[in-house]
Design a binder for this molecule. Structure first.
Ligand code: 13P
Length: 250
């Protein structure tokens, strides 16, 4: 599997929503290949989505995992449990978790290790705030997030990094596609030079991606795919973005 386009449903979904999403998706998806697609639903629906995708090669993942694999951790879900349900990846360190749940870089590093131990592909989310962007601190902020997030991680067989500028999430604003390209290149260089035992499979862009602007991002060489929030809630819209991806990246 080479995961390249991930739907992050955040706190959205229901059994009815999930079923309708696939009906809408398959009405508009023009290609046979589903192997580059992933969906991260709320964890309670992982099993439902695994059932709905049993005939299709779409990866299912979680939006978060705990820092431990078991124990007295009421309300948490471990990486090994997500893997046990046949999910294949997990988002880690999304800016909403860093902000609303005070997730620290140390916790993020522990989660990356946990995911790696249970053979889940970690999707490490990084991104700068509006203020940091205005202060021209984007590169240093991202480098620090990578260095702290991967601290102590020796060998990682498959890592995906999602670059999601916080100011672009759900705002309709995005960096210019050539700026995203050079940031992705920088991310690849940092991982390669500082973490030679980490196999970085892809750098995805996230933040207000939709079927209108996707082509401009996917035309850039260092943009390997996208992590999509709002636009991924509509199966038809996600299918349109997937069609564009296939046209430009195959
Ligand atoms: P939007 O696509 O709604 O901007 O969200 C991006 C995101 O946070 C994906 O993880």
């Amino acid at each position: 599997m080479s995961l390249r386009l991930i739907a992050n449903w955040k706190l959205n979904g229901s059994k009815e929503f999930n079923q309708k999403w696939f009906r809408d998706f398959f009405k508009s998806y023009k290609v046979d290949d589903l192997s580059f697609l992933g969906i991260a639903p709320p964890s309670i629906y992982i099993n439902h989505l695994i059932q709905l995708t049993s005939d299709h090669n779409i990866a299912i993942g979680s939006q978060n995992i705990d820092i431990f694999s078991s124990g007295a951790r009421t309300g948490e879900i471990s990486s090994s449990m997500v893997s046990d349900m046949s999910a294949e990846f997990t988002l880690i360190g999304h800016s909403e978790r860093r902000e609303f749940f005070n997730e620290s870089d140390d916790e993020i590093a522990s989660k990356i290790n946990e995911a790696n131990k249970s053979s889940l592909i970690p999707v490490l989310c990084i991104g700068e705030s509006d203020q940091e962007n205005l202060n021209n601190q984007t590169h240093s902020v991202l480098q620090a997030q990578i260095n702290k997030g991967l601290k102590g991680c020796e060998t990682i067989n498959s890592l995906i990094i999602a670059y999601e500028p916080i100011w672009a999430i759900g705002s309709g604003k995005t960096p210019k596609s050539n700026e995203i390209n050079s940031i992705h290149q920088m991310i690849k260089d940092v991982v390669q030079s500082s973490f030679p035992k980490v196999s970085l499979k892809a750098v995805l862009y996230g933040g207000s991606v939709n079927s209108e602007n996707a082509a401009s991002f996917f035309s850039e060489d260092a943009v390997d795919g996208a992590l999509i929030g709002g636009a991924s809630l509509n199966g038809e819209e996600f299918a349109l973005i997937a069609n564009i991806y296939k046209d430009l990246k195959s």
